[in-house]
Design a protein around this ligand. Structure first.
Ligand SMILES: Nc1nc2c(ncn2[C@@H]2O[C@H](COP(=O)(O)OP(=O)(O)O)[C@@H](O)[C@H]2O)c(=O)[nH]1
Ligand SMILES: [Mg+2]
Length: 356
């Protein structure tokens, strides 16, 4: 999972990035030009810790999330859209974390001269809508050309794409985020790889100072969440030892550090879940889409396992932990044999049987 941290200059992107990755990238440097920091972090999951305690494996591997702190968007709404390199960075992301400034600090000038989170959210949304409109119009031009020239792909496909992109265009013309429109699985598939920005799931982070409480922001969109975060405080906390960090969190009444919260919310928004594999060699967490079938899950582990998939032995996390192992689970009839049509559930522990 790749999550891009975006927002206006000086909104606190790098501060949040540091909080989420326990990093120390320089903050307060923003000049509004393209600059990207990336870091890969483990997805904290206490189920992995418990499984590791059960199997005592040689190796324990958590699922991974990549954070990219992407500076360069300034809400300038250029006619040509977002520039190539920056756009390229953005389209690669599975989801976006939009940092919006709420904190007040006279030493940190605001690019728009005042603190207004709702305005800043709209600046970025409008920029994305405009950019998507440019991309969609270009695509429609190409489709028209393809239709007149002929000889390329078959007419039905071209017609199908044309009506889909026309629908997108109407929606964008009305200044709607593409996140809000309902698409069939087939349409979704036709759009994959297109990287439309206003369709990407978004966590809006209201970046607060320690003394502030979160303002109420009405932001009713699909695949979107608004989350208040004390980025600067959390960046400081992220640099502490675990014991000091939990004392601090308690003192400031922060129930769950953003480190964990952001990942949990992103999994929800992106429709992701985890399954596990376990044994003497390795306990490992894997990420899949909700609704993935057993062979797809197997394919996450290795393409050979998907190709040669025979069946999966499945036990739930709760059963495995309470019964104490695969052998015990089998004796109690809790180790199921599942075939190609099995929909993997969050927390399943899978052993794939395959044949090459
Ligand atoms: N007072 C205060 N300052 C903050 C907060 N978050 C970020 N800053 C400061 O705002 C400035 C810009 O932050 P930075 O993370 O570099 O913003 P970026 O340009 O979006 O990457 C830095 O001087 C930060 O220390 C906050 O919650 N409170
Ligand atoms: Mg920065």
């Amino acid at each position: 999972m790749r999550l891009g941290i975006i927002g206006l200059p000086q909104s606190g992107k790098t501060t949040l990035f540091n909080a989420l990755t326990r990093g120390n990238a320089p903050t307060g440097m923003s000049a509004g030009k393209l600059e990207v920091h990336t870091a890969v972090v483990d997805v904290p999951d206490e189920r992995v810790d418990r499984l590791s305690g059960l199997f005592t494996p040689k190796k324990t591997t958590y699922a991974k999330v990549t954070y990219a702190d992407i500076a360069g968007l300034d809400g300038s709404r250029s006619k040509e859209g977002i520039s190539g390199t920056l756009l390229n960075q953005l389209t690669q992301m599975d989801g976006l974390i939009h940092v919006v400034r709420v904190f007040d600090d006279e030493n940190v000038p605001h690019v728009s001269g005042s603190i207004d989170p709702a305005r800043d959210i709209k600046i970025m949304d409008d920029e994305f809508i405009l950019n998507d409109l440019i991309a969609v119009e270009r695509k429609l031009d190409r489709l028209r050309e393809e239709k007149t020239k002929g000889g390329g792909r078959d007419k039905t496909t071209v017609g199908y794409e044309t009506s889909l992109f026309e629908r997108l265009k109407h929606s964008l013309d009305d200044e709607n985020l593409l996140r809000d429109i309902e698409l069939s699985t087939e349409e979704e598939k036709a759009l994959s790889g297109f990287g439309l920005l206003s369709r990407k799931p978004v966590v809006v982070v209201l970046n607060l100072s320690e003394s502030q409480s979160a303002p109420t922001i009405a932001y009713e969109h699909k695949r979107s969440r608004v989350v208040p975060v004390y980025s600067k405080l959390e960046m400081e906390i992220s640099q502490l030892s675990p014991q000091d960090a939990s004392d601090f969190l308690a003192e400031y009444h922060i129930e769950e550090p953003s480190l964990n919260k952001m990942i949990r919310i992103s999994y929800e928004l992106l429709g992701l879940e985890s399954f596990f594999t376990g044994g003497k060699d390795e306990v490992r967490a894997w990420t899949i889409h909700q609704g993935a079938l057993a062979p797809e899950a197997a394919g996450e582990i290795h393409t050979d396992m998907q190709k040669g998939f025979i069946r999966a032995e499945v036990v739930t996390y709760e059963d495995l932990i309470s019964l104490g192992g695969f052998a015990e689970a089998r004796m109690k009839g809790k180790l199921r044999l599942e075939g190609k049509d099995y929909i993997v559930k969050d927390g399943d522990i899978l052993t794939i049987r395959f044949n090459l």
